[in-house]
Design a protein around this ligand. Structure first.
Ligand code: FAD
Length: 217
């Protein structure tokens, strides 16, 4: 397996737990939006989806700092110039144009491939982003500007006076009650429990649809 050495260029915290980290881009390092790279460390590896744009001098990913995790804390603590080993981009969770409407469904940092799609020019999609609280709606304005419908789904109720432009509940509850029945191209990314629950719903209500999935954990 060919490994590439990348150097940290900078890091920006998007919330108190989620950050975007940028690396220099090795020459010839081309990827298709939605693909991921693996960071290799001590006989282990962890995958992260490249945000895009697909061309340019830098690579960037967004990462949740998992407290007590083996690898994400290393990225959270990395400083400019620090060195990591990564694999070439791989994976098949890429956008496939079709006559059916596209419905992107993410939880947490599972929104990353949809940011990559949007930065590659994909438009006219529905995007549901399931998070606990509004501050976790990373890339919200950018995605809302490109989407036909951008639906933040907050699992925790918002205090009086807080944002009203959201759905209170999980992404599957929105799909079950708000999406007209029919055939769609569903792209599901993030938590495996969400993917299982939405797959069940698709079988019940949207069975002429096509489904693509990427499970983060
Ligand atoms: C194809 C693919 C793409 C991925 N892309 C991303 C990405 O773009 N950004 C990203 O943050 N992670 C992504 N992940 C998850 C990532 O590979 C790691 O699993 C994660 O960073 C935790 O690694 P760790 O070594 O710190 O934790 P570990 O020591 O491996 O601990 C694992 C625990 O962390 C929790 N966990 C793992 N990932 C997450 C997460 N994203 N959010 C909340 N809890 C989590 C789970 O409960 C799991 O039990 C991706 C995974 C896959 C398979």
């Amino acid at each position: 397996m060919q490994l590439y050495t990348v150097h940290v260029k900078g890091r920006q915290w998007l919330t108190d737990r989620i950050f975007e980290i940028r690396f220099d881009r090795p020459s010839g390092f081309d990827f298709r939006p939605g693909q991921k790279i693996a960071f290799v460390f001590e006989q282990n590896s962890r995958d992260y989806t490249l945000l895009g744009p697909a061309h340019g001098p830098e690579l960037s990913i967004c990462v949740r700092h998992v407290a007590g995790g083996h690898f994400s804390p290393r990225l959270a603590a990395a400083a400019p110039g620090d060195v990591f080993q990564v694999t070439a981009p791989s994976g098949f969770f890429t956008f496939k144009p079709s006559p059916r409407p596209a419905v992107f469904v993410a939880t947490g940092t599972g929104v990353a491939p949809f940011v990559a799609f949007e930065r590659a020019g994909v438009r006219d999609f529905h995007l549901l982003h399931g998070v606990r609280t509004a501050e976790n709606l990373i890339y919200g304005p950018e995605l809302a500007a490109a989407a036909r419908a951008y639906v933040p789904c907050l699992s925790q109720p918002v205090a009086a006076g807080g944002s009203t432009v959201h759905f209170t509940g999980r992404v599957d509850a929105w799909l079950a009650t708000r999406l007209p029945s029919g055939g769609y191209d569903f792209y599901l990314c993030g938590n495996g429990d969400m993917i299982r629950d939405v797959m069940r719903l698709i079988d019940e209500r949207f069975h002429s649809s096509h489904v693509f999935t990427e499970t983060f954990f």
